[in-house]
Design a protein around this ligand. Structure first.
Ligand code: AHR
Length: 514
């Protein structure tokens, strides 16, 4: 820690960043069960892994010869940690990298694969040792759906068409090539993205031009051998509503979903430190992350005009926090730490996706390991689980569960020029008679006594977990005991048909009821 960070950290702790004993506030939550409420698709819990910094190399893949314990070349610790999250879908190989990736460079014997320069991300030399076979095998080990991001920016229609054939065809020249590379059976490929950020690093297209390019590329991405592609058009940058309008108007009949990217960044020229921040930075970040609500709602309104039955998915296939890189690391590798603040951003954002589950059919946090708002961080043979990882773990029961709409009454904090931040944010779902309620107390200063009206449902608490920290700046680091970790929670009790939850400041609680 340098002098500036030490001073800031001291100021932060005296400014109330640590949990204090101020009197608790109160909030109410009412369950409004509705059989017509949408199911929260498990794909909202999707992940994203790009050839960027140490996400793939070092984070997932170390190779079979590595001294780091591995399973067929994949880090065993990371694999086991991810299995706990029930990862439903994994997007790969980018990001911006996807539009410079030529898949044929990443197949066949490792020593014959050409190298390339990863021009997007730090000019790192990419040896292509992690390619199509390695990605699909990883998805099989993880039990998730693969989501390919195809190269439109610098690739060809033929190249993308042949990639789909290589992966999914039972017979023919591409199938023979796959078999020669050791994979007899076709893989299943559901999600195919046609380009990434085509308005920017993916080719700098205009919306009208991209809509036509999209139509052309997707024509030649065929359904082989019983495989059915779910095609995703490269969507808007945050609030570029015209992009969604044009794609819905001109290409909707050729896609199943359209993407949208939004990162919780206030100022791209001054993103701020992941770990050194004060209370005002914290609340401002929450206000910024809540822009996701407006974005999802406004893109949905446009989509509703063309597709009132909500058949087409809004795929938020990149989201999360984006801070300055950790001091001393490659600026092009986007390696950042992850504090209790990131955990709260994750919970608030997932709650927004739940509320919009009828339209948000997938979301992919950026990224899986060692990049941006990661699930895991690795350093040689060590791995730490981030606070964000624990939110995803707590929220597993919401995957594929039916949303239970809520009425929430809570105080709000106003942030100049931004969204108000609610003291308590809540979400609830039901699956197989089990109700899962997740509550987030955003206040750094005050606990919150939340009274949940269970709508006359005869429920008992089955279990509860809490994620909190001594300071919102706390994070998990190598060689140290975990500062932010899940604990069992006892302050959730039912009395007279109400669930009473006493939440400490800056905490996330998930309660399971049956
Ligand atoms: O996730 C990092 C980068 O952010 C992706 O490569 C790109 O799509 C986005 O701009």
């Amino acid at each position: 820690m340098n002098l500036k960070s030490t001073v800031l950290a001291l100021l932060a702790s005296t400014a109330g960043l640590c949990a204090s004993a101020a009197p608790a506030a109160t909030s109410t939550v009412q369950l409004l069960p509705n059989a017509d409420a949408p199911v929260i698709k498990k794909e909202i819990y999707g992940q994203f892994a790009e050839h960027l910094g140490r996400c793939i190399y070092g984070g997932i893949w170390v190779g079979e010869e590595s001294g780091i314990p591995n399973t067929q070349g994949y880090r065993t610790d990371v694999l086991n940690a991810l299995r706990e999250l029930h990862v439903p879908v994994l997007r790969w190989p980018g990001g911006c990298f996807a539009d410079e990736y030529h898949w044929m460079d990443g197949i066949g014997p490792h020593d014959k694969r050409p190298v390339m320069v990863n021009t997007n991300w730090g000019g790192t030399v990419e040896d292509n040792s992690f390619g199509t076979n390695e990605f699909f095998n990883f998805c099989e080990l993880l039990g998730c759906e693969p989501y390919l991001s195809g190269n439109v920016g610098s690739g060809t229609v033929e190249e993308l068409a042949k990639w789909v054939e290589y992966i999914t065809a039972a017979d023919g020249p591409m199938a023979e090539l796959r078999k020669a590379n050791g994979r007899e059976k076709p893989w299943r490929l559901k999600y195919l993205g046609v380009g990434n950020e085509s308005w920017g690093c993916g080719g700098n297209f205009t919306a009208d031009f991209y809509a036509n390019v999209y139509r052309r590329y997707q024509t030649y991405c065929r359904d082989f051998s019983g495989n059915r592609l779910y095609k995703i058009a490269s969507g808007a940058n945050a609030g570029d509503y015209n992009w969604t309008e044009v794609l819905m108007r001109d290409a909707m009949h050729q896609f199943n979903g359209v993407s949208m990217h939004y990162y919780s960044v206030g100022d791209w020229n001054s993103k701020g430190s992941a770990t050194v921040f004060d209370a005002s930075d914290y609340y401002r970040t929450l206000a910024i992350c809540l822009d996701m609500k407006t974005l999802v709602e406004r893109h949905s309104e446009i989509m509703d005009r063309f597709d009132p039955e909500k058949r087409k998915g809004l795929m938020v296939d990149e989201w999360g926090t984006w801070w300055e890189v950790e001091p001393g690391t490659n600026p092009g590798h986007l390696y950042q730490q992850n504090t209790m603040r990131d955990a709260i951003v994750a919970a608030l954002t997932l709650n927004i996706f739940h509320d919009n589950a009828a339209r948000v059919h997938m979301a992919n946090i950026a990224q899986l390991a060692n990049v941006l708002q990661a699930m895991v961080l690795t350093q040689d043979a060590e791995m730490v689980l981030t606070p964000t990882y624990y939110v995803f773990k707590m929220y597993v029961p919401h995957q594929d569960a039916r949303l239970v709409p809520l009425a929430v009454t809570t105080a709000t904090r106003s942030i100049e020029g931004r969204n108000d931040v609610p003291e308590v944010s809540a979400t609830c779902s039901e699956k197989d008679g089990v109700y899962t309620i997740s509550l987030t107390n955003t206040s750094l200063e005050k606990g919150n006594d939340v009274a949940v009206d269970l709508a006359a449902l005869k429920l008992k608490v089955q279990g509860a977990e809490i994620l909190t920290a001594a300071s919102v700046n706390d994070y998990n680091d190598f060689g140290k005991p975990e500062a932010v970790t899940l604990k069992s929670f006892k302050d959730a009790k039912i009395k007279d048909g109400k669930l009473n939850v006493s939440m400490p400041p800056m905490s996330i609680v998930t309660i399971s009821l049956k």
